[in-house]
Design a protein around this ligand. Structure first.
Ligand code: HEM
Length: 317
């Protein structure tokens, strides 16, 4: 998957590269491998049939309500999209979250206390409804998605041919700004119909929107004033109210507008459940001798991340 994504990322930015990559054996092979994976997963899923009305139930038109049955090529491409969109994104977020927790024992301890306060020992599975209300758990997830948005370079958007805010959603201040008929970014004139790509990673770490310490993992920046007043660390030393900036209009890990993430709520629920249950059962710590600090440095971005392994020590609690 990761080999193929390098070529796919090139093609998504420079479409004419496809011809060139097809002519080069390594490039063609990487894309072919990714396609094969998509085809295999789709055919496995089709053989299994639908046990419930999931994403593929609709993509493959198992209900038979569509006029035209989707072609095999379309299904392969949907299969790849579902793998990238549905599983690579969540696995990146889990990796980044656990990496941040083992590197920040104070945040880890605080999250552990919140989980232990909500779930009695052995209470499994943990109640998902409680998790929605767990301020620090949700703050840790939001802070992870701020620092490591799973699609770091965002994805191309067309500047609407008029009527931007209505189409893209009022909340999207950054896109709203590009709804004018024509505007300039530095020396480039952006006109309706042009593709614009917002770099999520860079915007999420811009001190004009998140500060102080935009590169640091500080879940407390997501707490409500009420939750902050109950924080047991001297949070105002880390986030002095007079200089703290927290602009959620510049936060869009799931994108915003008509093509935003269809799996957002599922992904959030999945992350809450997995984190709660793993921390309920196991203790995670730094694996001595592992260069854990280098993980972020060794991440490579090709539409999604090519990520090194995270090694942690896991013990049963
Ligand atoms: C942490 C987890 C996730 C993140 C950060 C994430 C992020 C995103 C983003 C930024 C987009 C917009 C891409 C674009 O602008 O074109 C997107 C689209 C999409 N996501 Fe997610 N996603 C996550 C999890 C999931 C899950 C679990 C599923 C499905 C089970 C899913 C399914 C999709 C699909 C199908 C699209 C394409 C929507 C469309 O083009 O209309 N995602 N996701």
């Amino acid at each position: 998957m990761e080999g193929g994504i390098v070529s796919l990322a090139m093609v998504s930015h420079v479409p004419w590269m496809l011809k060139f990559l097809n002519a080069v054996s390594g490039g063609k092979e990487a894309i072919e491998r990714a396609r094969r994976l998509g085809r295999r997963k789709v055919s496995e899923r089709l053989k299994l049939g639908a046990r419930r009305k999931d994403l593929f139930y609709y993509l493959t038109d198992e209900e038979g309500t569509g006029r035209i049955r989707p072609s095999d090529a379309a299904l392969t491409s949907d299969g790849l999209l579902a793998i990238i969109a549905g599983s690579d994104t969540t696995s990146t977020t889990f990796m980044a979250l656990f990496w941040n927790l083992v590197k920040n024992p104070q945040a880890y301890a605080r999250l552990q206390r919140e989980i232990d306060a909500n779930f009695a020992r052995g209470e499994l599975p943990c109640d998902v409804n409680k998790m929605v209300e767990m301020g620090y758990l949700n703050a840790c997830i939001s802070e992870t998605l701020r620092l490591f948005p799973a699609l770091p370079s965002g994805s191309p958007r067309y500047v609407p041919l008029g009527g931007g805010p209505k189409v893209l959603g009022k909340q999207y201040a950054l896109f709203n700004r590009i709804s004018a008929a024509r505007f300039d970014i530095c020396t480039i004139s952006v006109v309706p119909g042009m593709q614009v790509l917002l770099h999520t990673w860079a915007i999420h770490r811009d001190p004009r929107y998140f500060s102080p310490s935009p590169d640091s993992f500080i879940p407390e920046r997501w707490l409500t004033p009420d939750e902050l007043s109950r924080a047991d660390i001297d949070v105002f030393k880390v986030l002095p109210p007079e200089t703290t900036v927290h602009d959620i209009n510049a936060y869009f890990p799931f994108s915003i507008g008509p093509a935003n993430c269809v799996g957002k709520n599922l992904a959030l629920m999945e992350m809450r459940m997995v984190v709660c249950q793993l921390l309920h059962l196991f203790r995670f710590s730094r694996f001595e001798g592992d260069p854990v600090d280098e993980w972020e440095h060794d991440l490579q971005e090709f539409l999604i991340y090519k990520k090194p392994d995270v090694f942690v020590r896991i013990e049963r609690r």
